[in-house]
Design a protein around this ligand. Structure first.
Ligand code: COA
Length: 176
């Protein structure tokens, strides 16, 4: 595994409307392999603009210093995804407004170097302060995506259940 990046080389914060171009550029540079695993929404600037103006979602970025280049991006939706609700409820959990739903990503050349952990810690702190009590994975995680499954296990997510969509997927949840 590559060396982890020092904390002072990365700035993590909630994204702003002025970050649209940088985030769109980051998303456009993701490899096809990463895009197959991370596709919570369309990657164009108009979509990012409406997400950044929405009350329902929060976007977070990790920026390399001093370049201010986006190297990781996560989206959090308040509550659960309507599309995922029947499946999540089939596991016997009751969904709640204190749930939120997360999709994280790190630029290909920066994966496995601790950035995902840094942005995840930041997101957890922010959403806990807002009163959220659980994080559900956005559309689950593909069972074949071993780095991500290990990532979630390392951060204390537990398995809710399994489903088939383009292969086996796991629904996982973190109690905050
Ligand atoms: C999943 C993802 C967000 C993790 O972020 P990251 O910066 O790569 O992860 P970190 O370097 O912080 O690693 C934390 C833990 O994740 C696991 N992990 C990360 N990379 C791994 C790899 N290549 N192989 C196995 N486990 C890995 C390990 O448990 C690691 O802990 P360790 O360093 O003590 O071994 C990132 O790899 C990514 O964007 N992947 C592509 C998109 C994606 O899959 N998004 C999630 C969709 S559900």
């Amino acid at each position: 595994m590559n060396m982890n990046i020092p904390d002072d080389k990365v700035r993590i914060r909630q994204a702003k409307l002025t970050d649209i171009r940088q985030i769109a550029n980051y998303l456009s540079m993701l490899s096809d392999a990463t895009k197959k695993r991370f596709a919570p929404h369309a990657f164009d600037e108009a979509t990012l603009g409406s997400l950044l103006s929405s009350e329902k979602v929060m976007l977070f970025v990790a920026m390399l210093q001093p370049e201010n280049e986006v190297i990781a991006y996560s989206i959090v939706q308040k509550g659960s995804l309507e599309h995922d609700q029947p499946r999540l409820q089939s596991y016997g959990i009751s969904l709640d407004p204190t749930d939120c739903t997360l999709a994280p990503s790190v630029a290909d050349e920066w994966q496995s170097r601790g950035i995902g952990t840094l942005i995840h810690q930041f997101v957890v702190k922010e959403i806990k302060n807002l009163g959220f009590k659980r994080i559900i994975l956005w559309g689950g995680v593909q069972a074949s995506n071993i780095p991500a499954v290990r990532f979630y296990q390392k951060h204390q997510y537990h398995l809710l259940g399994e489903f088939h969509y383009n292969g086996l997927n796991y629904d996982m949840i973190l109690e905050l």
